[in-house]
Structures are given as structure tokens and as C-alpha cells.
Design a protein. Sequence first.
Length: 216
Amino acid sequence: MTWQRWFSVVTVALVAGLVGCGGGAEQAAETEFLTADKVDALVAEQRGARAAQMAALDREALEVVTRQLETLVIERGQLREELAAARAEAERYEAGLQRCVSELNRTGRSQVGTIVPDSGRAAAPAPAARAKLIAPWLPELQIVEDRIYVNAYVMNEGTGDAEAQVTIDLLHDGRRVDSSTVPAWIPAGSTDMVSAEFRLRTGEVTGSYAARVRFR
């Protein structure tokens, strides 16, 4: 073999080796697998992101709690001020009450010790309480079939209670045709209503009916 032919063979072999090496590198890059180091790096990255999220949440929660505590401190201070003002007002009220009690005690003792001279005249007796009955309004009449119902109001203008017999007269065309007496207890200054029921003597209502009130 001459030296020129040997050189050509070596050159071809080197070129084939280089081509073979290049294709293997590309295939290795395409079929690359995760190694333990890469898995640890990914886990560490995820843990770091999770820790950052938790830290952010903790900071937000801490800020919320801090604001709430500040609000509570302010409200507590306001309540203390209101309580102090209420105590001061109660003390002033108590002091004023004590002054009033002392003044009443002092003036009460002076009035008890005062002697009123006797004028020699006997005190006039108080007037006796007496009842005074009046009928301030006309009696009310209501005719239902063959019945007449009368309501009368009696007022006691006097100073004493009245135990009276109230008589209601039924008038027909101005003439008394029937009467009814009702007992009544009317205290002083009050008004009471007394009622009476009358039966018509005829089924047909003719003429005019009225009523009047008497006392005894």
C-alpha cells in the first residue's frame, strides 16, 4: 500500500467517527432524563415559592390583627374616659344631694322649733262635704220594637260622695206615662250613667217621647 492510499483511508475513518459522534450527541440531548440533582432543585424551588406565599399570608394576617388591636386600644381608652366622666358626674350628683339633705335637715329643725303665737280665736270648722247632683245633658232614647231604652247621665258637682235614687220619667207628648227608679253611687266630681227600660203600651209608635231625671 502506498502512502497516498493509506492517508485517504485514515481521513475517511476520521470523518466517519466525527459524524457518528455528532449524531450520538443529538440523540442523547433528545433522550435526556431528570437526575436526582434536578429533582432536588425543583423541590427546593417549590418549597421556596410555598414559603414565600406563607410568609406573605402571615404578614397580611399580622397586619389585620395589628389594626384590630389598635382599634381595641383606642376603644378601651374611650371607654375609660367615659367611665371617668360618669364617675365624676356621679360624685357631683352625690355631693349636691348631700347638700340638699343637709339644707332640708337644717330648715326642718328650724321650722319645728318655731312657736306660733295663739291669736285667741278658734279655727273655723271646715265646711261639711255635700253632694250636688245635676243632669247636664238630656237623656238619650232609643225605640226598639215595643221597647224604649233610656240612658241618662248624672254628675256630682259637690265635695261629698252621693248615694242617691235616680228616677227617670218617660214622657209622651209632654205627659208622664211611666217612671223607673235606679239606685246610683256617684263619687264627688264624677259622672255616672243610669239606664231604664220601658214597654210601649201600643205596638204603633205615635206622638213624641222624651225623658226627664229626678233625684232623691
